[in-house]
Ligand binder design. Structure first.
Ligand SMILES: Nc1nc2c(ncn2[C@@H]2O[C@H](COP(=O)(O)OP(=O)(O)O)[C@@H](O)[C@H]2O)c(=O)[nH]1
Ligand SMILES: [Mg+2]
Length: 200
């Protein structure tokens, strides 16, 4: 009898959350997810994939308060030909990572003009974290004036009421844990009632 009660309690304590990862193609979304899941960066892996519209991965993230959040991470393409399919997968997201490359100002422009408005329109009220990828490129190049400034990321996040802005490097592994710890914590705050209301 005792073991039965414990089991149902355990199930209650782990919650599931859907995290959508969006942004232009080639900004580094797949590498970010791979670094988080396996703690590896494999230069060749993304290129051996046929670019797909959707890949779903799972990982349990433990929050600082001990609560476990089972993340379902949706790697949502980003290439123009898949944009309609990408949008079809937004509904019922609990949170989103909207990504750009810090070496690619066009990808930041797309975040401002397309990715943020689309996500807010389809999933109003969900927590969104703005993520600047390929942070390592700042260290290894002198063409820094062509890069997105860290302050631009922070102000874009602020002006759109996003959760915040985090920069990271999947190549170096730097900042990746912060990205997922932050989004898991914010997604966990969302009430199940909100989820239920949106899924009908
Ligand atoms: N320097 C650097 N290159 C990266 C990083 N992350 C990804 N890349 C490279 O950027 C390219 C696109 O990465 P990918 O994850 O496939 O982008 P996606 O299309 O957004 O999923 C690949 O050549 C990666 O090797 C990073 O943190 N630093
Ligand atoms: Mg990809």
């Amino acid at each position: 009898m005792g073991s039965c009660c414990c089991k149902s309690k355990e199930v209650e304590e782990e919650i599931s959350r859907k995290i959508s990862v969006v942004g232009n193609g080639e900004v580094g979304k797949t590498c970010l997810i791979k670094r988080y899941l396996t703690d590896e960066f494999d230069e060749d892996t993304p290129h051996s994939y046929i670019p797909s519209a959707l890949q779903v991965d799972e990982k349990v993230e433990e929050l600082k308060n001990g609560k476990k959040v089972h993340l379902f991470i949706y790697d949502l393409g980003g290439r123009d030909t898949f944009k309609h399919l990408t949008r079809m997968n937004y509904p019922r997201s609990d949170a989103a990572l909207i990504c750009f490359g810090i070496d690619d100002k066009e990808s930041l422009k797309a975040v401002k003009e397309y990715w943020i408005p689309e996500m807010i329109r389809i999933c109003p009220g969900i927590p969104i974290l703005l993520v600047g990828l390929k942070k390592d490129k700042r260290d290894e190049t002198r063409t820094i004036e062509n890069f997105v400034r860290e302050s631009d990321g922070h102000s874009l996040a602020k002006s759109n009421n996003l959760v915040g802005y985090v920069e990271c490097s999947s190549l170096k592994g730097d900042g990746v844990k912060t990205v997922f710890a932050t989004i898991a914590r914010e997604a966990a705050k969302r009430q199940n009632t909100q989820k239920a209301a949106e899924s009908v």
